[in-house]
Design a protein around this ligand. Structure first.
Ligand code: SF4
Ligand code: SF4
Length: 321
């Protein structure tokens, strides 16, 4: 198990962790986060390059392909074609026909749409939706009965991060968040999207989010990759070197479940369980907006959209295809 030190332990910056909370805000931490209109940054050969408004404004969904699977149990015949087509066992089914129990895990999904193409009844559709980050892994899993009613079966959603901890994270880090990225055996796809956060188009620094070179300067770790055996110790040491209080953002199907590598004996099957506050970001890889949403969720600035594996009603089954 990986995890943080005790809340009152001395930090690697040579100060008690409690002092960080009490200390006055630095100028960068006090940076204004008020919404701002998109601003033109550079002139590219295809026209002006504009910093995207998201998350302070709407995302440009029109440029997104519809790749997020959404399952409607009402028209599901329980053929199991989706489960057979799925390359990562994100969809599993017990039984056949109406009454079969289907499980869809967004944490294992690589958003390939094979299940959508294989479904003979149209019960699985692809929608444009990327705000899939959650604070509890349980919320990534939808459980349906074929022929049943949407939302009839999921267990009650339980936010594993207490309100007190969420408020503390929001209070400490909402002005400025220092992030150390850890590649724990990624294919590099996730890193390409993470690096996009520093491009003018996404410009995470406008939101007070900046990447640092050392875990000793970090407030949060952004972990990608399935945690291969050679990186397990390095990840643990990086966690230990990050001062308290801290939290984890675990990005990509690999970090959540092992993704396409989940059956390999060389990987741990994702980031091991931790007692640290964590946000899980589905995707393969998660697009930059999905990462920004995850940080926003961790900082308590937005409500979690995905609950019990169910997409918000305005998305599931909508015309956003
Ligand atoms: S979109 Fe996700 S659930 Fe569907 S086949 Fe691909 S990995 Fe499996
Ligand atoms: S989640 Fe997908 S893109 Fe990210 S490291 Fe794994 S395989 Fe690569």
């Amino acid at each position: 198990m990986i995890g943080g030190g005790s809340p009152g332990s001395a930090t690697s910056r040579g100060e008690p962790s409690a002092d960080r909370e009490a200390a006055p805000s630095s100028p960068s931490r006090a940076r204004s986060t008020a919404s701002a209109p998109p601003r033109e940054t550079t002139s590219g050969i295809f026209g002006p390059c504009t910093t995207k408004a998201y998350p302070q404004g709407p995302a440009e969904l029109a440029r997104m392909g519809a790749r997020t699977p959404w399952h409607d149990p009402g028209v599901c015949e329980g053929t199991g074609a989706c489960a057979r087509a799925c390359p990562t066992e994100a969809i599993t089914i017990e039984g056949t026909g109406r009454g079969a129990r289907l499980r869809l895990d967004y944490g294992a999904c690589v958003f390939c749409r094979k299940c959508v193409d294989a479904c003979p009844t149209g019960a699985l559709r692809a929608v444009r939706f990327f705000e899939l980050a959650v604070r509890s892994k349980d919320d990534l899993v939808a459980r349906h009965v074929a022929g049943g009613t949407l939302g009839a079966n999921p267990p009650p959603s339980q936010d594993k991060v207490s309100r007190e901890v969420r408020e503390r994270i929001s209070r400490l880090f909402s002005g400025s968040l220092a992030v150390r990225a850890v590649d724990a055996g990624s294919c590099n796809g996730c890193e390409v999207e993470v690096s996009a956060l520093s491009w003018p188009a996404y410009d995470a620094e406008r939101l007070g989010i900046h990447f640092v070179a050392s875990p000793r300067h970090a407030d949060a770790l952004l972990v990608t990759g399935p945690v291969n055996r050679n990186m397990r110790l390095a990840l643990q040491k990086t966690l230990d070197a990050t001062p308290d209080p801290k939290f984890l953002v675990i990005a990509g199907a690999c970090g959540i479940s092992g993704g396409p590598f989940r059956r390999s004996k060389e990987v741990e099957g994702g980031v091991p369980p931790s007692d640290l506050p964590s946000v899980w970001v589905p995707g393969c890889p998660p697009r930059p907006e999905a990462l920004l949403y995850a940080f926003w969720l961790a900082l308590g600035r937005v409500e979690q959209q995905l609950k019990n594996g169910e997409l918000p009603p305005k998305v599931g089954g909508s015309s956003l295809r």
